[in-house]
Design a protein around this ligand. Structure first.
Ligand SMILES: C[S@@+](CC[C@H](N)C(=O)[O-])C[C@H]1O[C@@H](n2cnc3c(N)ncnc32)[C@H](O)[C@@H]1O
Length: 304
């Protein structure tokens, strides 16, 4: 928790309030749309690429176990989608889910009660990736996975470089690592860098970090770019609605952003970025492109 001045209210990251984070994320999800498509179409496109690659990494036999890891899996919408497609290919699936937000993890557990997939064995980890990494270090050897997904979660890692190295290292040979991250041209990619990370607790704000990371190491990856738009209506209103306020909190990662005693200039920059992104258009939608980065573990290669 960061304090601005001695007599001010504390400035709290939404990551420090599970309930508030879930509400903000709910509004963000409601207001984001894939351009000209329904919200699940991006999943179909990504699965068309990763599905065969993941099956190849496990091997030809169908009587084997797929080992999958979800990092920052939230309520598991994406992980469940992938599993619903993988479950017909494998005799068994072992899925480890790392999610520190207990409310979201509970929601995920509720959701899967309905699916009742007998071939899936879940390993719930209500902890951060950093805590999981510590545990693996202590054991000296972790489970290796055929498929690791980190869907919009790398932003929250305290040391993203170490996290990338670790996740790559947890892959089986030919295993697949999938990251989803907002592009630097997206609404959060443009607003995020203006919020000091001591307030937002976000170390990175876009896919730029991961793209540069793999480029400088010569690690090949497939990049899928999907165009989304974000309905930011109400965010520039003087008398802001509760919903618009939650969306601003999600974009800045600061709880009660409008009221928080942030240093001068920060709020003005956020609002002028939004105004600039809206331009003269009558619509209240900003662009929010997503990058999906697919990396395949090369033979015996380490990133360190
Ligand atoms: C933007 S949400 C995305 C959730 C989900 N993957 C989805 O796309 O619907 C980011 C998720 O990362 C989780 N998270 C935050 N810090 C984390 C950390 N240090 N390690 C792992 N997950 C974290 C949050 O609790 C949240 O569920």
């Amino acid at each position: 928790m960061a304090m601005d001045t001695a007599d001010s209210l504390p400035i709290v990251s939404i990551l420090d309030d599970e309930d508030h984070f879930s509400k903000c994320f709910g509004v963000f999800r409601k207001r984001i749309n894939e351009r000209d498509m329904t919200n699940d179409d991006w999943l179909d496109v990504i699965f068309t690429d990763i599905g065969p690659k993941v099956c190849h990494s496990v091997g030809q036999s169908t009587k084997v176990t797929l080992k999958a890891l979800g990092v920052g899996s939230g309520d598991g919408r994406t992980e469940d989608y992938f599993l619903s497609h993988f479950k017909d290919h494998f005799a068994q699936i072992h899925q480890c889910l790392i999610e520190p937000n207990k409310l979201l993890a509970e929601q995920h557990k509720k959701n899967i009660q309905q699916t009742n997939w007998k071939e899936v064995i879940y390993d719930w980890r209500e902890q951060t990736l950093e805590e999981y990494m510590e545990g693996v270090k202590e054991l000296e050897k972790g489970v290796k996975y055929h498929f690791i997904s980190a869907i919009h979660s790398l932003y929250h890692m305290t040391n993203p470089e170490e996290s990338l190295e670790f996740l790559y290292d947890q892959l089986e040979e030919n295993g697949i690592l999938l990251f989803a991250l907002a592009s630097e041209k997206s609404t959060s990619g443009r607003i995020g860098p203006g919020i000091p990370s001591q307030y937002s607790k976000q170390v990175i704000n876009s896919s730029r970090f991961a793209l540069d990371y793999f480029d400088t190491r010569g690690i090949p990856y497939a990049l899928h770019i999907r165009d989304f738009t974000l309905d930011v209506s109400g965010c520039l209103d003087k008398d802001i609605s509760e919903e618009a306020s939650l969306l601003l909190d999600f974009l800045t990662h600061v709880k009660d952003f409008c009221k928080a005693p942030l240093p001068p200039g920060i709020k003005d920059t956020v609002f002028s970025t939004l105004r600039e992104m809206l331009g003269n258009s009558q619509s209240q939608e900003t662009i929010h492109p997503h990058h999906f980065i697919v990396v395949k573990r090369q033979h015996d290669q380490k990133l360190k």
